[in-house]
Design a protein around this ligand. Sequence first.
Ligand code: MN
Ligand code: MN
Length: 291
Amino acid sequence: MEAEVLEKYRKAGKILSKVREMARSRIDVGVPLLEIAEFVERTTRELGGEPAFPCNISRDRVAAHDTPAPGDESVFGEEMVKLDIGVHVDGYIADSAVTVDLGGHPDLVDASQAALAAALELVTPGINTAELGAAIDDAIKGYGYNSVANLTGHGLDRYLAHGPPVIPNKVVTRGVKIKAGEVIAIEPFATDGVGRISEAPHTEIYSFITKRPVRSKPARALLKDVEENYRDLPFARRWLTGDRKDYALGQLVKARVLHGYPLLWEAEGALVSQTEHTVLVLEDGCEVTTR
Ligand code: MN
Ligand code: MN
């Protein structure tokens, strides 16, 4: 990996860990979610980075893809809070998540933390991703919980928040070998539910696919906004300006100009924890950028 690129990955990681630790300490019962999300995104910029995706704040049964709505007034309750942050420097991304337990289930948090630690111990050029999946699954089972099978870690590349290779969170029959020079995010999810998430009927995060002709005026205005500001990486509904945004979003999703990421959730009543770090896989040793 070129020295310049390496430095950008490291800088993104450093910014992320600072922002994450400051935000984590602010999360408490009664604090507005929007305040935390805006703090994360503002502080990322103040420290010289850019959000690689909207600050994800997912609670209890929701595993991922939630972020405050425009004008969101909700506050944290006694919940299992996942804070998942993305930072990039010139397109080079750091991706990391922590779980803040406000509901009295510390061992569920420990389970995803231990699983990540087990996987990080093993990461080295040439390791098969199946071994990582098995280590994660084992660690979580050791706490008496289930690993969420259909959520995975992933590769990172310039302006690409989710690329190959897939890093499974479960035993898989055939993985792939991790190569030196790859950047990967490892993110175990532990749950007291069944270990399988599905899509909830709500979407706050979108990304641009490609430009196609659209007729309605609000859709054309939104497309212009997206093309100017969010061509490369995912964006939040609350970041958008202009009239009839929800109508326009619907039109652009239907026209396959935008991709929506619905909230992902476990069974009703279940809780989910998540822990994530980004790792540079290097010939002479692996480096966690988001520690
Ligand atoms: Mn993440
Ligand atoms: Mn990730």
